[in-house]
Design a protein around this ligand. Sequence first.
Ligand code: NAD
Length: 257
Amino acid sequence: MSLQGKTAVITGSNSGIGLGVAWELARAGADVVLNSFTDDEADHALAEQIAKETGVAVRYIQADMSDGAACRSFIEQAGQCDILINNAGVQHVAPIQDFPVEKWDAIIAIDLSSAFHTTAVALPLMREAGWGRVVNIASAHGLTASPYKSAYVAAKHGIVGLTKTVALETAEEPITCNAICPGYVLTPLVEAQIPDTMKEYGMDRDTVIRDVLLARQPSKEFATVEQLGSTAVFLCSDAAAQITGTTISVDGGWTAL
Ligand code: NAD
């Protein structure tokens, strides 16, 4: 399918899942706007690389998704936003009585409130264009919980709720809003947890991956960023025009348990 002529705006897309989704949308023909809070040469180089290899137009726009005003001005700067992928996210793990307040506030701001702000500004642009797709990257933690992840689980359940509300508000228009719920994906966010876990449990890398990280993922395989990107491309296709207000799990069976 071709997304030629569409512009996809992806929050938190200089790494991991956001970058994987950017590549797949670019391969499907969409112009792409990349984002993170940094403004490094490497960020702009990524935009150039995707443009060079896929032939679409790619821009990098720096904006901090923990700041509501910056989220809104990011979409304004993008100018066109036919496809909005709300992906930026951070994590912190601690029991609730020790959970740092600033970590709670940052996770709620970046993983949840940013999607409220970007969607609010993007929907009028989609209406003007007569077509739109909002895809929220939630998590298996949007449907189920784990201990010590209070802010993350609250934010991801919140984004699933936001997804349903936006879908109802756009139900009679050629706009859909859905959430993708990944299980574990081997991105820098997850890779960073491996050395500490190896030390903590005295395990080798393979055992940590199988018995700790993938303990709740029955397939015992990571989902890949390419699979998530292709799921996003599907949600942007005509075949998915009547899929709205729902979640698609890409979690190797986690939420079937
Ligand atoms: P990652 O750390 O590789 O990517 C996170 C992205 O968000 C990066 O591009 C980072 O720069 C960006 N970001 C962080 N804070 C930001 C801010 N203040 N402003 C703008 N951008 C910011 O992690 P990832 O695993 O690719 O995670 C991407 C999304 O997928 C997150 O929402 C995460 O919760 C979700 N997710 C990840 C997994 C997994 O196993 N990796 C599983 C389920 C859901």
